[in-house]
Each structure stands twice: as C-alpha cells, then as structure tokens.
Design a protein around this ligand. Structure first.
Ligand code: PLP
Length: 406
C-alpha cells in the first residue's frame, strides 16, 4: 500500500490525529483493540438518532427496519467467513463469550476423564472456560508446547490424541507471539481421529481470509472490536449439525419457541443461542466495519502490516539487549519484546511519555509467560492505518527508553 492510500485511510480515524504527552500519538496497541473508522461511529449515531427499535419483536416499521439491519450484518458475516448458512452465525458479546458458550453447551456432553487439547499459547479466554468445565465434569486438559521460535510442536499435538480425546481448541494466531498456526492441518488431523475443533480467531479475523468451508473447523470465534468494529459484540460460527444438537447456553426472550411452566421449546438457529435483546445497534454498525476491511482487501491489509513489522523488527534487533519473543516463519504483525532486564511497565511508561501507545504485561496469557520464564512483555502491534513514519517514531522512542533504562 502506498503512503497516499494509508493517509487516505487515516482520515477515517480522527482519533489518530490526537496527541499524547504533547506529541503526535502513535497507536500500536491494535492487538488489544483496533480503532474505529468514522463510518462505523456515524452508523451508530444514525441508528440511535433515527432507527432504534428492538429487533424481532414488532410488526411496526422501525422494528422491522432494525431487524433487517441486524440480519443483513449476519449475512455479511456469513459471506466474510464463507459459512454455509446464516443459521451458523451466532452473535455473541465477543470471543470470550463464544468460547464459554461452546465449553458450556457443547461441553455438557463430556464426561469425567474425557480429554480436551489446548496449547500453551492460548489467551485466558481459551483456558479458563475449559477449567470451569473441568471443575464441573472432571475433564482432563492436555497442553501442546512450543519451540524456541514460538512454533507449536505438531508432533506432540498429534501424540496427545487418544480414545479419550473429545475436543481440540486452539488459537489461529497468538496474541503474544504472532505465530500463525497451521490450523487447517490441525483440523484435518483432529477430524481423522473423530475429534471436533474450536478455533479462537480473535487475532486472525482482522488480517486473514476466513473460509469456514475450506477450514472445516467445527467452531470459530472472533470479536468485532479487533476488526475496526464496535465493542461488545462478536461472532460464534458453529457447524449446523452441532448447533442443532447443543442445548441453549442462556435462557430468556428471543431464544424460545413456546413457553409454559411445564415445558419450553426453543427457537430455530441461530436465535436459540441469542437469549435476550441483542446488541442490535452495534451488530448493525459492525456491517460498516466489514465493508471497511473488504473495500481495502484483507490480504492487502495483512501485507502492509507485515511490511511494517519486518521493517521494525529488523531495526529493533540493533538495540543492545533486545529480546523479541516469537520468530515463527508465519507471523502476524505483533512484536513482543523486552530490553535487557528492564521491567515491561517501565518500558511502556517511557514509551507513553513519548506518545507511543503499546501494551505491557502478561497479555492474558500467563501460562505462556511462565513457559517463556518472564513476567510479561511489551507488545507493539500494527493495523492498516499505521505508517512507516510511526514505525520510526516508535523505534526512536524505544532507543531513548532503552538508553534511559541502561
Ligand atoms: N483470544 C485471543 C487470542 C485474544 O487476543 C483475545 C483478546 O485479546 C481474546 C481471545 C478475547 O477477546 P475478547 O476480550 O474480545 O472476548
């Protein structure tokens, strides 16, 4: 992408014009959440100003218009991920809720001693729901390790499958190491053993072409706010045959067929899993975020981010004491690092004082930090609107911070 195009994109993000500590802000915390283009914010405002009515509840015009907007987004998501049917697209509060839903509902069929395979690079969102299930049912959690570059040990992955294995659940892209896992190959292997797979796509959905038919996974989850969309909503994709068999996750309005005190029947898919009033305003506005991504092209976005990462990493390696965590051949635009023995918070504060917004800490991946033998890292991550000038500003700020910390 040339500079002019990126500058054009930046004009959709007024927040990128702000200053921090008296300097132009350099926002490099895109892995945590990406910024939101004006078209999404305007759509939220337009709906609150002119369109708001509860969905699926009324014959009146506003309710029908709002329902159409919500369902158009569902169809747009279906196309974005190439799912078979909108019945397989469930709106959630985000990645975390999607995984909890699967662990709780699909997991209700698991028995004591059944085994679920995770990896050491999982976000807490793909660990704790399985531990809650373990506490309820007595399942056993098995964990796949990584090598020094942050690449999954696939040999170990394959060796963990046995007759007790009931599920494999892993991230598409690590939020700390940037490692892009060979998910298609991993799904194929799991399926050859008759084991269903959930993929945590929180860090893949803004950067990759997603094709559920090709990937053939059983469940896939992601969040809107990491895709230039509104906060508070996400998507669970699930294969229809599983979703039909699974019990509801929560009960309430919207998810029922007929209710009596003796017996309740449930709504058809996808509504069976959408109890209560959905976040219909943000769901409708998410549609504009998908337009934003698809107009530029997700592959072009990923290439631009990757170029920025390669440029930055190459220069970071010249800084004395620099330790970069994650060197997988397939890597997303995430750079986790430490300088010498400096604490990540000290580095983060010194960068903030120079206008550079990066994340510090364990990144909700404490088991991975333990595996790496560190308390945390500093993490810089790129999005489509970042520029090479910002990469330079980050590098200069980092060199100054490293010099101060000795
Ligand atoms: N999984 C991964 C890999 C993530 O990076 C994140 C968020 O950073 C999550 C899950 C949780 O996403 P959310 O907080 O939007 O539910």
């Amino acid at each position: 992408m040339d500079k002019e195009e990126v500058m054009g994109i930046r004009r959709e993000f007024p927040i990128l014009e702000r200053t921090v500590a008296g300097r132009p802000m350099v926002y490099l915390d895109n892995t945590a959440t990406s910024q939101t283009p004006a078209r999404v914010v305007e759509e939220i405002k337009r709906i609150y100003t002119h369109e708001k009515a509860n969905v699926h509840r009324g014959v009146h015009t506003l309710s029908q218009e709002m329902t159409d907007l919500q369902e158009q987004t569902r169809e747009k998501v279906r196309r974005y991920i190439n799912a078979d049917s909108v019945e397989e697209v469930i709106f959630t509060r985000g990645t975390t809720e999607g995984i909890n839903l699967v662990a709780s509902s699909f997991g209700s069929r698991f028995k004591a001693g059944d085994e679920v395979i995770l990896t050491v690079m999982e976000h807490h969102a793909n660990i704790v729901p399985w531990q809650l299930l373990r506490d309820r049912t007595g399942i056993v959690i098995r964990v796949v390790d990584i090598d020094d570059r942050g690449v999954l040990d696939l040999k170990q992955y394959r060796s963990l499958f046995n007759e007790r294995t009931v599920m494999a659940s892993f991230c598409h892209v690590s939020n700390v190491l940037g490692t892009v896992n060979p998910v298609k190959e991993m799904v194929e292997f799991a399926h050859s053993k008759g084991v269903p797979v959930l993929i945590d796509g929180a860090q893949a959905s803004p950067h990759m072409i997603l094709d559920m038919k090709d990937l053939d996974c059983d469940f896939y989850v992601f969040s809107s706010h990491k895709m230039y969309g509104p906060t508070g909503i996400g998507v669970l994709y699930g294969k229809k045959r599983w979703l039909e068999e699974m019990p509801p996750y929560q009960g309430g309005g919207e998810m029922i067929g007929k209710v009596t005190f003796e017996h309740t029947t449930y709504a058809d898919l996808p509504f069976k899993f959408e109890a209560g009033t959905p976040d219909f305003v943000d769901i409708a506005a998410f549609s504009k975020a998908i337009d934003f991504i698809t107009e530029i092209g997700v592959e072009r976005i990923a290439r631009h981010e990757h170029d920025l990462m390669e440029y930055t990493q190459a220069r970071m390696r010249d800084i004395p004491g620099m330790r970069i965590f994650g060197d997988a051949p397939e890597k997303s635009a995430v750079i986790s690092f430490l300088v010498g023995d400096s604490h990540p918070y000290d580095l983060g504060l010194l960068l903030d004082k120079q206008g550079v917004e990066v994340r510090t800490g364990h990144h909700c991946a404490m088991p991975l930090m333990d595996r790496l033998g560190i308390p945390g890292t500093v993490r810089a991550s790129y999005a489509v609107y970042n520029t090479f000038e910002e990469a330079d500003a980050f590098l200069n700020a980092l060199m100054r911070a490293a010099a101060i910390l000795g």
